[in-house]
Design a protein around this ligand. Structure first.
Ligand code: GAR
Length: 216
């Protein structure tokens, strides 16, 4: 049984999707802990209600980024993680932390990386006139929102899209993509060669939009 540790900073809807798929699909894994840098992260309540261990490592209680990273790493290690999933975890993690969990540390970002790392991805995609947006799950490296891509989900940008409408449609696809990527990790199905990640069994690493997300 593999241990998944999920890091959140807020709502935690991706974390919820992972918890649900893990149970529904009977993965050889469990969500061992949900950890937040914010005590008021809404997702912590969901985790507690589902009997999942929670912890808070408040970044504001630390004098330096390094000391926060070290305390966070120690808390994570307490749950013997096989996978550490950043799910809306809005802190930048330093090189020592990234190195320590290399190969086990993944992130979801709401854009088709390497386009639009950072914030306001949907607004930037609309303003750039993109016809397609989406989400990416990737191994974490020291580059912000960048690293070997495990899977991507496509979402069309509609002519009259608002940032909120696009974000909502991308989030639906995030909830399909992230659990699938985590399942591949716990199944040991991924092969990483340099910057390229392949599913050993040939499962598609690209999720196409579902019918309800198709352009009009
Ligand atoms: C998600 O859209 C996720 O892709 C994004 O934050 C949101 C968290 O929502 N992550 C990033 O922007 C990371 N750079 P959630 O808390 O409901 O899962």
């Amino acid at each position: 049984m593999k241990n998944i540790v999920i890091l959140i900073s807020g709502r935690g809807s991706n974390m919820e999707a992972i918890v649900a798929r893990c149970a529904d699909e009977g993965w050889p894994a469990r969500v061992a802990a949900v950890i937040s840098n914010r005590a008021d992260a809404a997702g912590l309540a969901f985790a507690r209600e589902h009997g999942i261990a929670t912890a808070v490592v408040d970044h504001k209680a630390f004098a330096s980024r390094e000391s926060f990273d070290a305390a966070l790493a120690q808390t994570i290690e307490g749950f013997a993680p096989d996978v550490v999933a950043l799910a809306g975890f809005m802190r930048i993690l330093g090189p020592e932390f990234v190195q320590r969990f290399d190969g086990r540390l993944v992130n979801i970002h709401p854009s088709l990386l390497p386009a639009f790392p950072g914030l306001h991805t949907h607004k930037r995609a609309i303003e750039a006139g993109c016809k397609v947006a989406g989400a990416s799950v990737h191994f974490v490296t020291t580059d912000l929102d960048h690293g070997p891509i495990i899977g991507q989900a496509l979402v069309p940008v509609l002519p009259d899209d608002s940032e909120q409408a696009l974000a909502a449609r991308v989030l639906v696809q995030e909830h399909r993509l992230y659990p699938r990527a985590i399942r591949w990790l716990v199944e040991g199905a991924l092969r990483r060669q340099g910057g390229v990640v392949r599913h050993a069994g040939g499962e598609s690493q690209l999720l196409w939009p579902t019918q309800d997300a198709a352009p009009r």
